[in-house]
Design a protein around this ligand. Structure first.
Ligand code: ZN
Length: 328
């Protein structure tokens, strides 16, 4: 009797295990982004078994492989949205998207513009891109007349600034964001002023300075708080505040007159498995393809080009997706 009941339990457990494996594999198959079948069927290649490294086998077309993104990858990178709804994540330690440490602008800039003091810092990528924009501006107007006044800000620096503005304009001031909610925490945002004959002036982007607004996108920058977009950004027009998002995103945002908020929403409509957003840089002729991968939390398999020579980048956007940008 004991022996029989043991056998029954054994059979029952075996059945449950099989059922479990079947259900689990079904869930996974439905969950992982699927191969670009249009490509596979058109003869570009047969679907192959690919392991994403986390032990999850799945069919992915032969041009792609998976990399594993962590939860923090949604919160890092050049495309992250930081506004009243999306606070900056100071502790995020990403595994596939970059997290840069700000460095002094003074020691890394070219000679075509000024910086307020040696304490103004920005991410190395932001400085390199701004050097390019300012060198072009200097070449165009023939004078050194732009100064960076604000770069990266820590939580405490933002708090200090807020306290100062509240003392100056009262509790309902609209100049400074609450600590944690300023784009300046990212190291991708900067404020500029005009600086002529040692006199600092508000940067309005008029006359010669229009070059900056008209060409910033060619270097990866956007005017983050444009005119008449206050209802979207929550912040009134700031002609002096530039944000690095990188090429080709800056080009698309500029050419379509949208904000980062609107662009991030748009990218969510271009998942890996359907049509990708195609952007062309008309100046260089370079073509780009952009797609989004919905975060699955702690580990998200992100399809990227398999070709070792492929040029691509990965960034989070804070709203739940990981964005892959491929240079064709
Ligand atoms: Zn600013």
């Amino acid at each position: 009797m004991r022996k029989n009941s043991g056998g029954f339990v054994y059979v029952l457990i075996t059945c449950l295990v099989f059922l479990n494996v079947f259900v689990y594999s079904k869930i996974i198959t439905n969950h992982i982004p699927e191969a670009n079948y249009e490509k596979a069927e058109s003869g570009a290649g047969n679907a192959v078994e690919t392991d994403d490294g986390g032990g999850r086998a799945n069919t992915l077309d032969e041009n792609h492989k998976y990399i594993n993104a962590a939860d923090a990858d949604v919160k890092s990178g050049n495309l992250i949205l930081v506004n009243a709804s999306y606070p900056y994540d100071f502790d995020a330690s990403p595994s596939v998207s970059p997290k840069e440490d700000p460095v002094s602008v003074y020691y890394n800039k070219t000679d075509s513009y000024f910086v307020k003091d040696i304490n103004v810092s920005l991410n190395p990528t932001t400085i390199t891109a701004f050097n390019g924009l300012m060198d072009a501006f200097y070449e165009k107007v023939g004078k050194k007349c732009v100064i960076i006044t604000q770069g990266h800000r820590t939580y405490d620096e933002q708090k200090e600034m807020l306290d100062l503005k509240v003392a100056q304009y009262g509790e309902d001031q609209k100049v400074a964001q609450k600590p944690g909610f300023s784009e300046h925490h990212t190291g991708y945002a900067l404020d500029i002023s005009t600086y002529e004959n040692q006199i600092m002036g508000t940067f309005t982007g008029e006359d010669d300075y229009a070059f900056v607004h008209e060409n910033a996108h060619k270097y990866g920058f956007i005017l983050r708080y444009p005119e008449e977009k206050e209802d979207v950004t929550g912040i009134s027009y700031e002609p002096w505040h530039l944000r690095y998002v990188g090429i080709p995103h800056s080009i698309y945002i500029y050419e379509n007159g949208i904000t980062l908020e609107e662009y991030i929403k748009l990218l969510s409509l271009y998942p890996f498995e359907s049509g990708h957003l195609k952007i062309q840089d008309k100046d260089t002729g370079e073509e780009y393809e952009v797609y989004s991968v919905k975060s699955e939390g702690k580990a998200t398999p992100v399809p990227v080009p398999k070709d070792e020579n492929a040029v691509y980048s990965v960034s989070g956007e804070k709203a739940g997706n990981i964005i892959v940008t491929i240079q064709k």
